[in-house]
Design a binder for this molecule. Sequence first.
Ligand code: NAD
Length: 394
Amino acid sequence: MQFDHVLVVGAGQMGGGIAQVVAASGRRVSLYDAAPGATGRALDAMRRSLTKLAEKGGADPDETIGRVAVVDDLVSASLLIEAVVEDVDVKQELFARADAALPDEAILASNTSSIPIGTLAAATGRPERVIGMHFFNPVPLLRLVEVIRGSQTSEATAAAITQLAHELGKEPVEVRDVPGFVSNRILMPYINEAAWALAEGVADAEGIDTVAKLGFAHPLGPLALADLIGLDTCVSIMEVLEEGLGDAKYAPCPLLREHVVAGRLGRKSGRGFYEYAGGKKRGVDPSAYELLGVHPNGGPRPAEVLQRLVLGILNEAARAVGEGVVRSPRDGDIGAIFGFGFPPFRGGPLRHADDLGAARLVADLERLAERLGPRFAPCEVLQDLARRNAKFYP
Ligand SMILES: NC(=O)c1ccc[n+]([C@@H]2O[C@H](COP(=O)([O-])OP(=O)(O)OC[C@H]3O[C@@H](n4cnc5c(N)ncnc54)[C@H](O)[C@@H]3O)[C@@H](O)[C@H]2O)c1
């Protein structure tokens, strides 16, 4: 087995989940966090998750947790997976220390959502063995892993990490080192559009989520999903997209920022678009509408909500393929299905775009762009397919 001992650094939402899936694959894990109490909380969360999985036939929780040792500093291992806070200085400092603490042949992987891998590699003397390994939240449940090469990452490193992802039961997709990679690049504009629709009073929060679930078979509505990810995290990823891609259309809707300023960070703070108690989702918090001055405007318009959400996803997925963020339409579809639950029976956004037809999509997007603004302008790839009456898949 490759990587028989993995050092996971950062025991928050992501690090705890990563440690869990690595241990569940039979590997020894050392778990380190700088904050007192963090590893204890991670082990508690791991036990809860493993107990639920065991009820459905998963491995014995004691056996898996028995492979995880809490350590109080960096230790030698054949692989580091870093999941500390999304702060470039903190991550660079950690990579420099890990470079000194781990054997020369060890691979250093980061779970960063937005920091270029090359920036982290530059803090080490082994840039060919530095790579992005981007898991999704909740790690034990979501199957996508984006594998991100920096400009100097070697073929062997990418192959070893791809193989490891398979052995963890995940679906690895190699993506270019560009802001948002592929899954967040598609997901974040979708969440943002849901927030715009809410802000404009097209429907209330539950209405928007219900449309996405019943009208398109998403497992979770976009606003409930945003609460799960954390509204502060969503805002910062959108800012990275806006700045990195140089396009104002990715800027977070003011409503999202207002939620964050008001301390409504989602599930983790007990309130976001919904209220949470004891880790369970309750209804919409009605005071949110008062606080933010949002009122349903002329009753729910489900068809408009559905069109705005779905066409936005298809357009963004097509744009990402056009820019070569993924190697093929299939990888884009896998990113959307396994990264945020795009309904698998539709085959992914690009397969679905083929089913609808590029000409129809372009016409619908142009109408939306006229009414709602340039964020809906059909991307070049779709326009080209429409002109040639062609498809993503042969
Ligand atoms: N939350 C998500 O949905 C999500 C999804 C994919 C990727 N990520 C990425 O994963 C990483 C972690 O995110 P998270 O949501 O788990 O954050 P989190 O805040 O829950 O956990 C971060 C942990 O890192 C610890 N930490 C900070 N500096 C440290 C250091 N120098 N050494 C050791 N430990 C340190 C903190 O004490 C904390 O426990 C970020 O890079 C984030 O962008 C997050």
